[in-house]
Design a protein around this ligand. Structure first.
Ligand SMILES: Cc1cc2nc3c(=O)[nH]c(=O)nc-3n(C[C@H](O)[C@H](O)[C@H](O)COP(=O)(O)OP(=O)(O)OC[C@H]3O[C@@H](n4cnc5c(N)ncnc54)[C@H](O)[C@@H]3O)c2cc1C
Ligand code: FES
Ligand code: FES
Length: 489
């Protein structure tokens, strides 16, 4: 069975919408078609949060609301979801508790950022738990304000996000859940013509078949990269195939030695399981983009895009991850590190999809460290991303996998340095220098707007030294300041 329109929930009604322009963003739909102009366009690239809307979906039978950047969200992403925007919140003259708290705490000055903040806070209002200050700051990392200095907005969050949602959505939660459940069917969707379409296959076979017949189509998962091709690079993408409805691509499983995640699993969905491998992974995940980006963006997209500065590939390569690629009935499994051939060139055939990522867990004699270095703490692309796995033989390094982003044209291992580390005694720091210096043989990093070549090399070497120190002391060694984490020993 197939359909030629998407269906989503809006203000209590199911909207059936034929997408005529595959690249149409939700922001354009709201402002230009629905004429709901409360949602603002700021940067148009997912960075400022002015366009934040909330998407509702069913998770284990419960309606969950997550923030998303409407400027890079495509209409296809709305299928099966509830769309809530800032225009919907006030009931006549009565403001929503989040809006009222923003007024009471003086959380708005020029007002341009305010609709986005209100919607981020609205999803926090519905989170079902009272956030501490750190949770509020994490929630707001993707919303920028030039006027208020944030303090009053945090005060508004503390006042209105109490763990108990009190609004029409809370009252109607059961009915909304029933409506969303009805939209969650196995119908494949294709809007458009053979030369220009947006497809949302629900069945794995339909997805594989469609892409093999249209290898020139653009695969879209969360569109946190592809969205910018549309809004910033003004590329024409006449054929778009969404992966998000195929259940197999959302599978997450844990076995004794491995964690497997489907290619369409978002950061938000993967966060808990991947973070359980190492606290450093949990910390890097918390710093990828913003809440809005992590709600939509996928680990699979971070790999498939082939970027040399994606945060996940170095982590996954250091852990020894493998990927499963599929084209129709053919599938192959390769080491993730072999996927990255050269700048902009990956080992993926025409019509072939990234399907699954298999990630080995750590053995008891293995120690793992990952560090993201960027100009800003939140919502920034790495200048250097480093991930290290040490295989210990007592207090001697028996083996190592060191992977870096931002140091070469692809995410890559430092193989010469790995070899130089073998046999080093962690209690003899005077023997480390030569191994650390070997990084200069592995990499000749570029200078660009994010960092100079010299800075990148110094940083990579300092991060390796820091990891070796952490092996010795068993807790995090900060380059500046006191240890922050619990000892792992
Ligand atoms: C504001 C902002 C902040 C960001 N911050 C970070 C950051 O801190 N760290 C970081 O690493 N990245 C960051 N990014 C980049 C982006 O969020 C990530 O690369 C993300 O993982 C991409 O996933 P996606 O699902 O959105 O991919 P999409 O944009 O949907 O796709 C990305 C690429 O992968 C391809 N693709 C997706 N799925 C498949 C599949 N199953 N098979 C084959 N090809 C596929 C697409 O065709 C496209 O080429 C940021 C982006 C924005 C907008
Ligand atoms: S307009 Fe800035 S994030 Fe969308
Ligand atoms: S109130 Fe002016 S940008 Fe936030």
């Amino acid at each position: 069975m197939s359909a030629d329109a998407i269906r989503f929930l809006r203000r209590g009604e199911v909207i059936t919408y034929r997408v005529s322009n595959p690249m149409q963003t939700v922001l354009d739909y709201l402002r230009l078609e629905e004429r709901s102009r409360g949602t603002k366009e700021g940067c148009n690239e997912g960075d400022c949060g002015a366009c934040t809307v909330a998407l509702g979906r069913l998770v284990d039978g419960r309606v969950v609301y997550e923030p998303a950047n409407a400027c890079i969200l495509l209409m296809g992403h709305l299928h099966g979801r509830e769309l809530v925007t800032v225009d919907d919140l006030a009931q006549g003259d009565r403001l929503h508790p989040v809006q009222q708290a923003m007024v009471d705490e003086h959380g708005s000055q020029c007002g341009f950022c305010t609709p986005g903040f209100v919607m981020s806070l609205w999803t926090l209002h519905h989170a079902g738990r009272k956030p501490d200050r750190q949770a509020i700051v994490d929630q707001l990392a993707g919303n920028l304000c030039r006027c208020t200095g944030y303090r009053p907005i945090i005060a508004a969050a503390e006042k209105s996000c109490t763990g108990e949602a009190s609004d029409a959505w809370a009252t109607l939660s059961r009915e909304i859940g029933v409506q969303l459940a009805m939209l969650d069917d196995e119908t494949d969707i294709l809007c458009g013509r053979p030369d220009s379409f947006v497809a949302l296959p629900a069945k794995a076979d339909t997805l594989l078949d469609l892409y093999s017949r249209n290898p020139d189509a653009t695969i879209v998962a969360g569109a946190t990269d592809v969205g910018l091709w549309i809004t910033k690079q003004l590329r024409s993408l006449p054929k778009i195939i969404h992966t998000g409805r195929v259940k197999a691509l959302h599978a997450v499983s844990e076995r004794t030695a491995t964690i497997s995640i489907g290619a369409a699993v978002t950061y938000a969905e993967a966060e808990k399981l991947l973070g359980s491998i190492s606290v450093d992974i949990a910390e890097v995940l918390r710093r990828i983009g913003s809440k809005q980006v992590r709600t939509s963006g996928t680990v699979g997209g971070n790999i498939a895009n082939g970027s040399p500065i994606g945060d996940m590939p170095p982590i996954l390569i250091a852990l020894g991850a493998r990927i499963n690629l599929r084209k129709l009935a053919d599938q192959r499994i390769i080491e993730l590190e072999d996927y990255f051939l050269d700048y902009g060139k990956q080992d993926r055939l025409a019509g072939e999809l990234l399907w699954r990522i298999d990630i080995p867990k750590l053995n008891s004699n293995e120690r793992f460290f990952a560090h993201k270095i960027s100009k800003r703490f939140d919502q920034d692309i790495s200048s250097v991303m480093a991930a290290f796995k040490f295989i210990m033989a007592g207090r001697t390094i028996g083996g190592a996998r060191l992977a870096f982003g931002g140091m070469a044209a692809t995410p890559r291992r430092a193989r010469e340095t790995e070899a130089a580390l073998i046999g080093l005694k962690i209690d003899a720091p005077e023997t480390w220098d030569q191994a650390i210096a070997t990084l200069a043989k592995d990499f000749t990093p570029l200078s660009d707007m994010r960092a100079s070549s010299h800075y990148r090399m110094e940083t990579a070497q300092a991060l390796l030294r820091k990891a070796l120190e952490e092996l010795v002391y068993g807790h995090e060694v900060r380059l500046v300041g006191p240890p922050r984490k619990e000892a792992w020993a």
